[in-house]
Design a protein around this ligand. Structure first.
Ligand SMILES: [Zn+2]
Length: 246
């Protein structure tokens, strides 16, 4: 069997998106994006105010999601969790715990498959099954999808929008799943964060053995440092609604 190639991806990166070494498995995807497509994807919000959104992908995870939630509760700050549908079915109480606070829940698809490689009906099913799981277990209707691996094409963005969602990536990604070390995760975030940033981190994973202890350590330091710098934490919806935008 031949391995399918990634479909043709459009254009150039958005002007505010600078690829640098530490940034991104989604480099793969955005390298050749056109501005018209990238404008339909939320990377960050243009603002002078010190607002920032923390986001966590791939949960819920039985060990690391509670650790992250405890931290967020201790500092009384909201975050956005992009949940994998099949993990919601496995850990519905954790999804409920997220929803019981003022955290936002986003859709990260059901099986964490690369959307551009799927047929239309598979993309729709990935989105709808997750939406259903989130609705049944939390009563929430997510507004945003973060495509797995940050990979998208014009077709999948069209489909995401047709399902009633916005596509969100983020502008600060310290590559925490690669386990670069807790200090590195912290430093990479602090080097890149600016007003209106969306920070991408991981409380869960798509493989059997997931270790997010570096992320948990770094998140506490990131929160403390940003609070010292007088940043205000908001959800991605709040950021997108222009709370604090110019
Ligand atoms: Zn993911």
């Amino acid at each position: 069997m031949t391995v399918p190639l990634l479909p043709k991806i459009y254009g150039k990166p958005a002007p505010h998106w600078r690829l640098s070494k530490g940034d991104v498995s989604h480099a793969l995807a955005i390298e050749r994006f056109g501005p018209r497509l990238t404008r339909r994807v939320l990377w960050r919000v243009e603002t002078q105010e010190r607002t920032v959104a923390l986001s966590f992908d791939d949960g819920p995870h039985p060990h690391f999601t509670p650790a992250i939630l405890d931290l967020l509760e201790r500092y009384n700050i909201p975050a956005t969790f992009f949940l994998i549908g099949r993990h919601v079915l496995k850990y519905p109480l954790l999804a409920q715990r997220i929803a019981a606070r003022r955290h936002e829940i986003g859709n990260h698809t059901f099986n964490h498959r690369i959307l551009p490689l799927l047929r239309d009906e598979e993309v729709q099913s990935e989105i709808h099954q997750t939406e259903e799981a989130i609705r049944i277990h939390t009563g929430r209707q997510p507004r945003f999808i973060r495509p797995p691996m940050g990979l998208f094409t014009k077709r999948t963005v069209n489909m995401i929008e047709a399902c009633g969602y916005g596509t969100v990536i983020g502008d600060v990604y310290p590559r925490d799943p690669h386990l670069p070390g807790q200090h590195k995760i912290y430093q990479r975030v602090m080097r890149r964060v600016r007003p209106g940033s969306i920070i991408i981190l991981h409380d869960g994973g798509n493989t059997k053995h997931v270790d997010r202890s570096q992320t948990v350590w770094a998140v506490e330091k990131i929160i403390e440092a940003l609070l010292r710098d007088e940043y205000r934490f908001v959800t991605i919806s709040e950021l997108a609604q222009g709370l604090g935008s110019v």
